[in-house]
Design a protein around this ligand. Structure first.
Ligand code: GLA
Length: 393
C-alpha cells in the first residue's frame, strides 16, 4: 500500500492524498505535435502516483521509490533553484511554473511511485510532471489545459527537452476506452472510440531513448528550416501543419533533400492521423494497420528516428498471424513499438516476439497490453494503486 510506504518514509500518514497521471502510447501521429499537427495517443494504466501530505518543517521533501533517492529544499527556495539534472527536475520545474502562475507551493511531503518504465517512450516524464503538479496543488483548482501547458513548459524550460504538447495533454485529458485525437494547434481534442475486436500491445525494445535528445532538437530545427523555405512560395504558412502535399512538391526543389524528406514525413503523417481516425470510426481494421506500417516506414526513412531494434520489432510483428499493423511510438531511437492485433491473437504474438528478439539482441523485451485509461486525477480508492512493480501483462 502506498500509504504504508508513505508512513514508513515520513513517519506520518495524516491526511495523505494520492494523485495519479498516466503514461501514454501514441497510435499514430509521430513528430507532428511540435509542428502543430494531429496526434492520436491513448493513456495507459501504467501511471505515476504521488502520495502527499503537508510538511511541518518548512521543507518540500521528495522521495522516488524507483530511484530510492530523496531530495529536500526549504519551500521558500523553490522558485530560485537551478536544475540538478536528475529526476527531481521534473517536479521542481513544475513547481516553478506553478509559482509563476501565482500558486503557492507549500512545504509538503511527496512520495513518488511510477509503473511507467523510464526511457521506454511511454512518457514517464509527463506522468511524473502531471501527477506532481496535482500533488503540489492539492487543494488548488487548475484549468486542465493550463495544467498540461505548464507541465510542458517545465519540461522545455527547466528540464531542457524541446518536446511538444502531446504527452502532457493526453495525460491530463485522456478518457477510458478511447483514443484521443488532439489538434496541437487549437489544443482541442476529440475522443475516438476504438473498434471492437482489437488489442493494442506495446513492446519495449529495452533500449533507452535518451540518446535521441539531440536528434529530437535537430528535427525541430529541420522542420523550421522547411517552413522558411515553403514560406517563400506561400507566406500564409506558419508551420508544417499548413502545408499540403501539392505545396510541398512545389517547394521541395528549393530545399536540401534531407529537409524535404523531414517535411514530407510530417505532412503525410498528419494526413495519416485523419485517415486512421476515419478507418477506426468505420471499423476498417486492415486500413488502420496499413497506416501504422506506413507511418513506421516514413519515420524510418524520411524522418530517420527509428533504430535497428525498433525496425526488427516491427518487421517481426507484421509477419505474425493476427497482427494488423505495427510501428515505433514516441520520440524514437529506442523505446517501444505499438502493435495492433485482432483480439485473441496476443498469445502467439507475445511468444514469437519474445523469442525472436532474444535470439537477435540477447534481451527479453517487455510486452504490455495497452488498455485506454482515464486522464489524471486524485485517487480515492487506495486499493487500486499498484504495489510498486510495473504492471506487466
Ligand atoms: C516525444 C515528445 C512528444 C512528441 C513525440 C514524437 O514523446 O515528448 O512531444 O513530439 O516525442 O511524436
Amino acid at each position: 500500500m502506498i500509504v504504508e510506504a508513505f508512513r514508513k518514509r515520513y513517519g506520518t500518514d495524516e491526511n495523505v492524498r494520492v494523485f495519479r497521471a498516466p503514461g501514454r502510447v501514441n497510435l499514430i501521429g509521430e513528430h507532428t505535435d511540435y509542428n502543430l499537427g494531429f496526434v492520436l495517443p491513448i493513456a495507459l494504466d501504467l501511471a505515476c502516483f504521488v502520495a502527499t501530505a503537508d510538511s511541518n518543517d518548512g521543507y518540500l521533501h521528495l522521495f522516488s521509490e524507483e530511484k530510492r533517492q530523496s531530495r529536500q529544499w526549504p519551500a521558500t527556495d523553490i522558485s530560485s533553484l537551478a536544475p540538478s539534472h536528475d529526476w527531481s527536475d521534473y517536479v521542481i520545474g513544475v513547481a516553478q511554473e506553478l509559482i509563476r502562475l501565482g500558486y503557492l507551493v507549500e512545504p509538503k511531503l511527496l512520495l513518488i511511485r511510477s509503473t511507467v518504465p523510464e526511457g521506454s517512450g511511454l512518457s514517464s516524464s509527463a506522468a511524473l510532471e502531471v501527477s506532481s503538479a496535482l500533488a503540489l496543488l492539492s487543494d488548488g483548482d487548475i484549468d486542465p489545459l493550463m495544467l498540461a501547458k505548464l507541465c510542458q513548459r517545465a519540461e522545455v524550460g527547466f528540464v531542457g527537452t524541446p518536446c511538444g504538447i502531446m504527452d502532457q495533454y493526453v495525460s491530463v485529458f485522456a478518457r477510458e476506452h478511447a483514443a484521443l485525437e488532439i489538434d496541437c494547434r487549437s489544443l482541442e481534442n476529440a475522443a475516438v472510440p476504438l473498434p471492437d475486436g482489437i488489442e493494442i500491445l506495446a513492446v519495449n525494445s529495452m533500449v533507452k531513448h535518451a540518446l535521441g535528445q539531440s536528434a529530437y532538437r535537430e528535427r525541430t530545427e529541420e522542420c523550421a528550416t522547411a517552413v522558411d523555405a515553403i514560406r517563400r512560395l506561400d507566406t500564409s504558412v506558419s508551420s508544417l501543419r499548413d502545408v499540403t502535399v501539392a505545396l510541398l512538391e512545389r517547394a521541395a526543389a528549393s530545399m536540401p533533400k534531407v529537409i524535404a524528406r523531414r517535411a514530407r514525413h510530417v505532412v503525410m503523417e498528419n494526413e495519416r492521423v485523419n485517415l486512421f481516425v476515419k478507418a477506426s470510426r468505420r471499423g476498417d481494421l486492415e486500413r488502420m494497420g496499413q497506416l501504422m506500417v506506413e507511418s513506421h516506414v516514413s519515420l524510418q526513412h524520411d524522418y530517420e528516428v527509428s533504430s535497428p531494434e525498433l525496425d526488427f520489432l516491427v518487421d517481426t510483428a507484421i509477419g505474425v498471424e493476427g497482427v494488423l499493423g505495427a510501428r515505433m511510438t514516441g520520440g524514437g531511437f529506442g523505446g517501444c513499438t505499438v502493435n495492433l492485433l485482432r483480439r485473441g491473437m496476443s498469445g502467439r504474438f507475445r511468444s514469437t516476439i519474445s523469442h525472436a528478439y532474444r535470439e537477435r539482441f540477447g534481451v527479453d523485451p517487455q510486452i504490455f497490453t495497452c488498455r485506454p485509461s482515464d486522464g489524471a486525477g486524485e485517487v480515492k480508492n487506495f486499493e487500486r494503486i499498484p504495489s510498486g512493480a510495473a504492471l506487466l501483462g
